[in-house]
Design a protein around this ligand. Structure first.
Ligand SMILES: Nc1ncnc2c1ncn2[C@@H]1O[C@H](COP(=O)(O)OP(=O)(O)OP(=O)(O)O)[C@@H](O)[C@H]1O
Ligand SMILES: O=C(O)[C@H](O)CO
Length: 524
């Protein structure tokens, strides 16, 4: 620990050499935080990520370093919240080779995109791709079941001459339900709903979904065999695990019934499973034996992650540098309870804003909390080193960027989301760090534009939050204990701290922005 802590001692004063120009930007810190979030979301727009990942050269295309030959043999399927815009871009680039496609997208998305003037994310009227809407409220339903059947049918008809392009983004699991008989859609829906309500992680949930589905866990690639299969994936899971994003329909993976049973057991659901589920889990051998054209073939695919939280944070870093801040990307894998996450951001702000060398206890507590919220000690050390250097120089403004998906323990009945609750808690942690003209600012936002079941994506806070709320008669503690962060921010200063970008058409989890202003150096 002593070796770690010595890393954060301020470097010798560098004088004017090596300093960046301070920002001459007239934007407030609040607006700069919002602009940083905007840049993060912009970087992972569905059409942008597709354009960047496909290189067309005459009748061939390079994807993820692999050259593929096109001869009017391209077929397309897709499922997920961002897939419509991805498909529109694919058709613009490769449309002349496209034979046909089927995509499963959220209910009402075409109308919403139209209303928001996002016609570039919609297909043309003469498109060869059939759009099927379903999965209201992100839950599988009869409409998404029909879409999944259409996708399976298309895949099954392919030959070795064909190329199947699969577009995948978050929400894909609910948009591609294909329960293994005799499991019914309702039974599968009940299992996933109860697991989610019991607090299962997305990893646990998707391991169970994979075991009960014909198309997940590599099933789609299998049905498309012997066609060549290429997937373009916009990741919404920490660490970008190919086998878990949308339950990995093009990633061959073995299902271990024991693992699935132990997940159900852990959440006390095993004894109440329907007979159909236990029957499917008890079967030996490959899952796709029945009515199957290639029962022994696993179906290999090329899987390329084309957008992720990391991409969003990197681009946010570039933008914030233009605004005059030194960016440091802490981690794209923040998880754990928002209480702990807020404590950690509060400590980092305190560390950065300290006019003298910060007490070693701060760094020690940061390193202790790190593993509980998915942050590596190395990344925390690196971040504190940057913050320490800027503080020692006496005017460097910094921006800590992170992302992921923390969790909230729901105890109340209020309206809110994990981003708004995190911002509220960080606001409290920043209390006492007021600096003229403005102290550190923190933003937390869901990149899909929606935080929990609310109209907002998140919120922006700073050290003045507590006093502002008090002056307006709002008791932060009671809003927090009722998980009522959206109501709190809606009432506070006419909602001006809310972050409400509207529909963003993408989703790479949440983005956190901690802006630290230049700290006036203490002359002793
Ligand atoms: N009142 C509340 N206060 C705080 N958090 C809440 C509240 N209600 C729901 N949540 C949290 O919101 C999350 C669900 O919201 P949301 O639909 O944005 O999730 P998501 O994981 O981002 O889904 P997706 O990735 O499919 O968009 C859950 O983590 C839940 O605990
Ligand atoms: O669809 C899903 O399974 C989740 O969004 C994670 O990818």
């Amino acid at each position: 620990m002593a070796r770690f802590l010595s890393l954060f001692r301020p470097q010798p004063f560098l004088g004017l050499l090596g300093r960046r120009n301070p920002t001459f930007c007239n934007m407030s810190m609040d607006s700069q935080a919002r602009e940083t979030f905007r840049a993060a979301v912009e970087a992972v727009q569905p059409d942008t990520v597709v354009r960047q990942s496909i290189e067309r050269n005459g009748d061939s295309v390079v994807i993820d370093g692999h050259r593929l030959t096109l001869s009017h043999n391209l077929h397309l399927v897709g499922f997920g919240k961002a897939v419509l815009g991805m498909a529109a871009e694919v058709e613009r680039i490769l449309g002349d080779h496209l034979v046909r496609g089927v995509i499963s997208v959220p209910h009402g998305i075409q109308q919403t995109l139209q209303q928001h003037g996002k016609s570039h994310l919609l297909l043309e009227a003469d498109s060869r791709i059939k759009v099927m809407e379903g999965a209201k409220h992100n839950l599988p339903d009869d409409d998404s079941l029909k879409a999944a059947e259409g996708i399976k049918q298309l895949a099954t008809e392919l030959t070795e001459k064909d190329l199947l392009l699969v577009l995948i983004s978050g929400g894909g699991s609910a948009l591609l339900p294909a329960p293994i008989p005799p499991i019914s859609l309702q039974e599968k829906l009940d299992v996933t709903r109860r697991l989610a309500a019991a607090g299962a992680t997305i990893q646990e949930l998707n391991k169970v979904r994979r075991a009960l589905s014909l198309l997940k866990g590599g099933g789609l690639a299998h049905h498309a065999h012997p066609a060549q299969v290429v997937s373009l994936i916009l990741s919404d899971v920490i660490g970008d695990p190919l086998d878990l994003i949308a339950s990995g329909p093009t990633v061959t993976c073995e299902v271990w019934p024991e693992e699935v049973l132990s997940i159900l057991e852990r959440h006390k659901l095993l004894s109440s499973m329907p007979a159909s589920v236990t029957q499917v889990l008890a079967r030996q051998g490959p899952r796709w034996k029945e009515n199957d054209k290639h029962s022994d073939s696993p179906g290999e695919a090329l899987n390329a992650v084309i957008g992720s939280n990391t991409v969003a944070l990197t681009c946010a870093g570039q933008r914030v540098r233009e605004l005059g801040f030194r960016p440091v990307v802490l981690s794209p894998g923040v998880c754990g309870n928002v209480r702990l996450v807020s404590r950690l951001y509060g400590l980092l702000a305190r560390f950065a804003c300290s006019r003298e060398e910060p007490p070693p206890e701060i760094a020690a507590e940061v390193l202790r909390l790190g593993p509980e919220v998915g942050m590596e000690s190395w990344d925390l050390c690196r971040t504190m080193q940057v913050l320490g250097e800027e503080r020692a120089e006496g005017w460097g403004a910094t921006c800590v960027l992170a992302g992921g998906e923390p969790t909230v323990e729901l105890t109340g009945k209020g309206q809110g989301g994990r981003n708004q609750e995190l911002a509220l808690r960080v606001g409290l942690e920043l209390r006492g760090l007021e600096l003229p003209p403005q102290g550190p600012v923190f933003l937390s936002g869901g990149t899909d534009g929606q935080d929990g079941p609310t109209e907002a994506a998140g919120a922006v806070t700073d050290a003045g939050l507590y006093d502002e709320a008090r002056a307006q008669g709002l008791d932060i503690d009671s809003f927090l204990s009722n998980n009522d962060s959206y109501t709190f921010f809606s009432h506070l200063s006419a909602g001006e701290r809310l972050l409400a970008p509207g529909l963003t058409c993408t989703n790479v989890m949440d983005v956190h922005v901690l802006l630290i202003p230049a700290i006036p150096i203490k002359i002793s």
